[in-house]
Design a protein around this ligand. Structure first.
Ligand SMILES: [Zn+2]
Length: 280
């Protein structure tokens, strides 16, 4: 797989529950210098939870997906990364405690890192009160306290990467009761605009935000990308951070429409994408 161009391995969607198996996987990945990307979810603790466990899950009568179901796996990953001395990257982190754990682990020099999605740093579990399944994602939207911790984690560099966790689903799949809808939303077209909000709120500098979309993920995956240096591959996005626009999901380039951000007014947009020197 490495010869074929694989740059990392991941269990996204099926978090490895057996810690011994995870340890062996990380040991093997280390032999091939491949980072391991992990979707952090303990299936016993989460069971059939559909939204964050807390005030709103109780009020709405929906089964809870507790933050500890994420935290326990983040802690497990830190211990394995330390033991094996190899890199585990925790995907789409949503809880305050997980941010703390990663911060601590990094301070101790352990090869651990974390990522966050715009929906988690923008929305909270209160949104679910509409029962709109476009607010159902995995991990789920959390509380304001968690959201604030994600901002702090982004600001101090604990969370190095912003990812969309883009998950297209057909309308007929999402147009069912909240319990039965699949997890996930589309996010590629809105992630930049939502992230630029953090620059406007002075959580992040523009420079730091751009790093989280470019050099930081490139470093994790050991790709010679994400820079404008001479001789580098011309994979470039030209953005206008001041461009105002309204997101109309019906105009999306995706075949899917499952976004909670339909109708949102945004400031900042990608104008041109250049892939290997050609405007795409
Ligand atoms: Zn995932």
């Amino acid at each position: 797989m490495k010869k074929a161009g694989v740059v990392a391995i991941t269990d996204d969607g099926h978090c490895v529950q057996n810690n011994e198996l995870m340890r062996r996987a990380v040991e093997y990945a280390k032999m091939f210098q491949l980072p391991v990307l992990d979707h952090c979810q303990d299936y016993n603790l989460v069971a059939d939870g559909v939204m964050n466990e807390g005030h709103w899950s109780a009020a709405l009568g929906l089964r809870g997906w507790p933050t500890i179901g994420e935290d326990v796996i983040v802690a497990r990953n830190i211990l394995i990364a330390e033991q094996v001395d190899w890199h585990i990257h925790c995907q789409h982190i949503s809880s305050a405690r997980s941010v703390e754990l990663i911060r601590e682990g990094k301070k101790r020099g352990i090869k651990i890192s974390g990522e966050v999605c715009p929906h988690h740093f923008t929305l909270t579990d209160e949104c679910v009160k509409t029962y709109d399944t476009n607010y159902k994602m995995n991990p789920p939207l959390r509380t304001e306290r968690d959201r604030d911790a994600l901002w702090a984690g982004l600001a101090d560099g604990t969370l190095e990467i912003i990812g969309s966790d883009h998950a297209p689903h057909c309308a007929h799949e999402k147009e069912v009761e909240f319990d039965f809808a699949p997890f996930g939303i589309i996010g590629l077209e809105t992630e930049l605009a939502l992230s630029l909000e953090l620059v406007r709120k002075k959580v992040l500098s523009l420079r730091s935000l751009i790093e989280k979309f470019t050099v930081n993920p490139a470093r994790l995956l050991r790709l010679d990308e994400g820079t404008l240096s001479i001789g580098a591959t011309a994979n470039i996005t030209i953005i206008d951070p001041e461009r105002e626009w309204i997101y109309d999901v019906a105009q999306s380039a995706s075949k899917s429409r499952n976004s909670p951000f339909h109708g949102w007014k945004f400031c900042g947009r990608a104008l041109v994408t250049i892939v290997k020197g050609k405007i795409a």
